[in-house]
Design a protein around this ligand. Structure first.
Ligand SMILES: NC(=O)c1ccc[n+]([C@@H]2O[C@H](COP(=O)([O-])OP(=O)(O)OC[C@H]3O[C@@H](n4cnc5c(N)ncnc54)[C@H](OP(=O)(O)O)[C@@H]3O)[C@@H](O)[C@H]2O)c1
Length: 239
């Protein structure tokens, strides 16, 4: 499987890359980023091919189309997180979260194998129903939901050649991560009566599994991702 990864310098994307490099089923990891992507420590980087892209809203250049040609799947973990979005101009957040993603999948479809599986990393707080009134972070949560809707429409229009699922983790755990101190996020998580959570290694394993073995459902919530991730991490000894 040739796997495209975006957001590879980030918290989620770097774990996806680390696991993909170890996964014998993954033959090639084609990263697209705005800067050079460091090789994860102690990993064999021979399968890792990076492309640095400056303009994410235009047709991909031929050299990038060549880079992603024959891809079987993409894990898109590039985005502005809710906390980051609050200090940014919303037009810029929209461009990065929505326009980059939709332009990305449309360009990838031109170069990818069929079926092409696209796993979009979103979050538990995003809202697909654009008419729903949201008390906090509404603009951002609707934006991310709108991107999910658009991706699912693209999958429908291109069915069965393009398959999409959206992962909706809540808090993502890792040894290096402390419980969020963001009061707004904490209060939003309180809506659920608990904080939905998944470990970053389970999340990455579950998403690679969806690419490898087929998309099982949309969306995938924290507990579902944790279940799939735990099964994969238990079954596979290369992790
Ligand atoms: N972290 C969590 O606890 C959590 C929880 C639930 C959902 N999520 C979702 O998971 C996804 C990934 O989050 P994360 O925690 O991995 O975020 P992160 O660590 O901030 O990583 C974001 C990635 O997006 C890239 N990116 C951001 N702006 C960009 C731009 N203008 N051009 C090109 N690349 C850009 C970053 O690249 P640079 O390194 O070049 O900036 C980085 O690779 C997001 O959709 C987020 O909402 C995260």
């Amino acid at each position: 499987m040739k796997l495209i990864v975006t957001g590879a310098t980030g918290f989620v994307g770097s774990e996806v890359v680390r696991q993909a490099l170890r996964n014998p089923f993954v033959t090639s990891v084609a990263v697209i980023a705005r800067k050079a992507v460091p090789v994860p420590p102690n990993e064999d980087a021979s399968k890792l091919k990076s492309f640095v892209l400056d303009d994410w809203t235009s047709d991909y250049p031929d050299s990038l189309i060549e880079h992603i040609k024959g891809a079987d799947a993409c894990i898109w973990s590039l985005a502005v997180t809710p906390s980051q979005s609050r200090s940014m101009d919303f037009a810029q957040v929209t461009t990065i979260c929505h326009d980059y993603t939709i332009n990305g999948i449309q360009n990838m479809i031109k170069a990818a194998n069929k079926p092409f599986r696209f796993v979009y990393v979103s979050g538990v707080l995003t809202e697909r129903d654009q008419s729903k009134v949201l008390p906090s972070l509404g603009e951002y949560r609707h934006l991310r939901g709108r991107t999910e809707n658009c991706l699912l429409d693209i999958a429908k229009e291109n069915s069965p050649n393009v398959q999409v699922t959206v992962t909706k983790p809540g808090a993502i755990d890792a040894p290096s991560v402390k419980e969020t101190s963001d009061a707004m996020l904490k209060s939003l998580f309180n809506m659920f009566g608990y904080t939905p959570r998944v470990h970053v290694s389970e999340l990455a394993a579950a998403m690679i599994d969806q690419c490898q073995n087929g998309i099982t459902k949309d969306p995938l919530w924290s507990d579902e991702l944790a279940t799939i991730g735990k099964r994969v991490l238990k079954e596979e000894d290369y992790l």
